[in-house]
Design a protein around this ligand. Structure first.
Ligand code: ZN
Ligand code: ZN
Ligand code: FE
Length: 765
């Protein structure tokens, strides 16, 4: 006769803070098993007794029926000597040496949303959450994920909450941030001096009144403060722009529902389900022309608006009561990290916001809203943070413990452990004290939570990147080896790693961006590479052209274009001449002819800037890629199929250089023939697309590889991304793109880590 046996089951993945233990508890009861389940630092451990076939069914059910938010990476089971348990129960957590993954914050679930809108003890209570939703990573200070290790530890559960917390049948069973109006955090409203005006529901009411009156309200959310104002009120938006010193950069909008969104943007089913997903990112949607439901100054010269749905009860109630879409933009001064602390918010945002809607639950780790878009039915990231980080990227190979310090702008870092790469959430632009400190704090937190002690440090080759300087200092301080990886190699490797390409893979890398220091000391950015993690060879790039006034050229596209034309010996067009003073023209002419402060660039980003300036873009850049975004906006208004001629000139290092002079001549000829600017913009996009294709074909002919990896900020241009993928696929290439990480420098740290890991394995440093 069959006997009962005992199994130990260990599960690794995101299994804490997602209702995993109550799920196991209920499942064990369904299968009439005995034993216990426990959270440990390395995941969840189950000991259970029953018939072997029942245990096997139980194991299958764990995998098939796991809670929606849980991610199982591995399940191991082994038999132990029979112990004779009498019931199934949940044991208290304990520490050990392993590590566990942590869930990102999860958007409010429908049950909690219903609860706050119907009468009951949590009616209108904005901190309502359950095992399926609510804050996670933003409140965790240490592992395991228990209330005592979160910023909720200061709130003592009331009797009602404790009853729910302890009842395995309740959907708040062991929900660590459980709270109610009696025992949990509270909302309050202050003026910009911190003077309290109202609390709880009254605070919410007064905040919405202020929003309706066109005021700006700083709202403390999950990962930090957001600045809110009425998104249909042109004047309020203009005021916010002036105070935030953000004249043109698009502002994100929070809408109540899909039905509200389609009044100002088009919305596909895939986009709607992304908006409604537990990660609830900002999604860049196609803007409808002439909508009266949204102010025109939300996203000027931009084909898209970033839209999100309310993801916390607070946002939900706020937007319901405000009865209109709201601007919700990061609560920071440009370049600084998002504010997370009440006092700091009053100090730093006091000149922007009229009111502060705050609460007394502290935020352990700042977290920006994630930004994504859907193209070809697929999701791509622009900024990866809330709802996604700190979930790791799985690589095809094991890595030693590495800390990769990332890029200077749009920085993220990566810490590695075996075949997991923990890419941090978006940190921001390095080289500012607050961002640099934030970087240190978050890296320390990641090291503690995931139990990683880096043995190798990696950074970009650019010696003046804030992240590189930091890595260098740390390497000296900790006496650790440091590796410096070329920027565009790191881009390519990031795309390879994200797509689980193995150590030996050889690919073609299209690393298209604005800036990165090249191996020859010039500024690269239109690179077609061939190689793998360990090394690369340049196959093709753009003709080098001088950037007049160096970094300044990035801010003034007209100066850049004038310098490009001068260097090519082309007569400048009136569209450029009119934008520059005679003094500016003289200075640039001297710089170009005498090679003063004119670094050479092969950047595609700069080519887009120059052509945008030749068309009708005429303001200094106030945010990253602004001119290129305007050019994409123009190109999207044309269906033109023509392309300018592609001519390659081989340089002394055997690199095929795309002739930019002839392209600029063609653009000018079109301008002189009064071709519509939308068509010209489109033709430039078509030209870049055929450059990508033809250079890839050259690389394929040299190597035989059909795999192409796309990386770099230029691919944030959705038109170009779509066209290049289509052209390459049609020509028989296997195209790999980023999906979890952005194409921009936010992916760089992963690539650096992957390159370092492989070099280390091969003993190549
Ligand atoms: Zn919930
Ligand atoms: Zn309570
Ligand atoms: Fe880059």
């Amino acid at each position: 006769m069959a006997k009962d046996i005992r199994w130990e089951i260990t599960i690794n993945g995101i299994v804490q803070g997602v209702g995993f233990r109550p799920f196991i508890y209920k499942l064990a009861h369904r299968y009439l098993l005995r034993g216990f389940v426990i959270n440990s630092s390395d995941g969840v451990r189950i000991e259970t007794e029953g018939r072997e076939n029942v245990l096997a069914d139980f194991l299958k059910a764990i995998i098939n029926e796991k809670p929606q938010q849980a991610v199982i990476i591995s399940v191991k089971s082994k038999e132990l000597p029979y112990a004779g348990y009498h019931s199934f129960f949940i044991r208290n957590s304990r520490h050990n040496e392993g590590f566990s993954l942590i869930a990102p914050d999860i958007a409010v679930c429908s049950e909690c949303r219903n609860e706050i809108t119907t009468s009951g003890r949590r009616h209108n209570y904005v901190f309502t959450n359950c095992t399926n939703c609510g804050p996670r990573f933003t409140i965790i200070e240490d592992m395991p994920y228990d209330r005592a290790n979160t910023t909720m530890r200061n709130f003592t559960m009331c009797e009602d909450c404790r009853t729910e917390y302890e009842n395995p049948q309740d959907r708040r069973f062991h929900a660590q941030p459980i709270a109610c109006p009696k025992c949990g955090p509270q909302l309050f409203l202050t003026d910009k001096n911190g003077q309290e005006l109202a609390t709880k529901e009254e605070a919410l009411k007064q905040a919405t009144t202020a929003l309706k009156e066109g005021k700006i309200v700083a709202v403390k959310g999950l990962g930090g403060f957001l600045l809110a104002c009425d998104a249909a009120n042109e004047q309020a938006v203009a005021t916010l722009r002036i105070r935030k010193k953000r004249p043109h950069k698009p502002l994100a909008v929070m809408a109540r529902s899909g039905a509200e969104i389609i009044r100002f943007c088009s919305l596909s089913n895939v986009e709607l389900s992304l908006l409604l997903s537990p990660s609830a990112p900002i999604v860049l949607l196609n803007k409808k022309e002439c909508s009266i439901d949204i102010a025109t100054n939300i996203a000027p010269d931009n084909a898209y608006i970033g839209v999100m749905l309310p993801y916390t009860p607070l946002h939900y109630l706020l937007i319901e009561q405000a009865d209109a879409p709201l601007v919700m933009t990061s609560g920071n001064l440009s370049e600084e990290p998002i504010c997370i602390d009440n006092q700091q918010a009053l100090e730093r945002l006091g000149s922007i916001a009229d009111f502060f809607l705050m609460h007394n639950r502290s935020i352990a780790c700042g977290y920006d809203d994630s930004v994504a878009y859907v193209e070809n039915g697929q999701t791509f990231m622009v900024r990866r943070a809330r709802g996604y980080a700190p979930y790791p990227i799985k690589t095809a190979f094991k890595m030693p413990p590495i800390a990769a310090f990332g890029s200077n702008d749009k920085n993220t870092f990566t810490l590695t452990k075996d075949n997991l790469a923990f890419v941090s959430a978006h940190i921001g632009d390095m080289g500012y004290i607050l961002t640099d400190n934030n970087f240190d704090n978050i890296m320390a937190l990641y090291q503690r939570l995931f139990k990683i002690t880096p043995q190798i440090l990696v950074a970009d080759k650019h010696i003046s990147y804030g992240s590189t300087i930091k890595a260098k200092e740390k390497a000296e301080e900790l006496k650790l080896p440091a590796i410096y990886v070329q920027h565009h190699h790191a881009h390519m490797a990031a795309c390879m790693a994200e797509n689980s390409l193995d150590i030996y893979e050889q690919v073609i890398g299209l690393s298209f961006d604005g800036t990165g220091i090249g191996d020859d000391g010039h500024i690269w950015g239109g690179e077609v590479l061939l190689g793998g993690y360990q090394k690369i060879k340049q196959i093709a790039s753009l003709q080098y052209l001088p950037l007049a006034s160096g970094d300044g050229a990035v801010l003034y596209p007209a100066r850049l274009a004038y310098g490009y034309l001068k260097a090519c010996g082309i007569e400048a067009a009136p569209s450029i001449l009119d934008k520059l003073s005679s003094e500016e023209k003289d200075v640039i002419t001297v710089q170009i002819t005498k090679n003063i402060n004119t670094p050479l660039s092969s950047s595609l980003g700069r080519l887009f800037d120059a052509v945008a300036a030749l068309l009708n873009f005429n303001e200094p850049i106030t945010y990253d890629a602004q001119a290129a975004i305007a050019l994409e906006d123009m190109a999207l208004k044309s269906q033109d199929q023509l392309s300018y001629g592609i001519k390659f000139n081989k340089d002394e290092s055997d690199v095929e250089r795309l002739d930019i002079k002839s392209i600029l001549e063609d653009v000018l000829a079109d301008i002189n023939r009064h071709i519509n600017i939308h068509d010209i913009a489109r033709r430039l996009h078509n030209t870049v697309c055929s450059y990508a294709l033809q250079a890839s074909i050259i690389a394929r002919n040299q190597s035989g590889t059909k795999k192409v990896c796309l990386s770099g900020g230029v691919f944030a241009n959705r038109l170009l991304l779509k066209e290049i993928i289509a052209a390459l696929s049609k020509a028989g290439f296997e195209v790999y793109t980023h999906q979890s990480l952005p194409f921009n420098d936010g992916c760089l740290s992963l690539g650096q880590a992957a390159v370092a890991a492989v070099k280390w394995q091969k003993g190549d440093f």
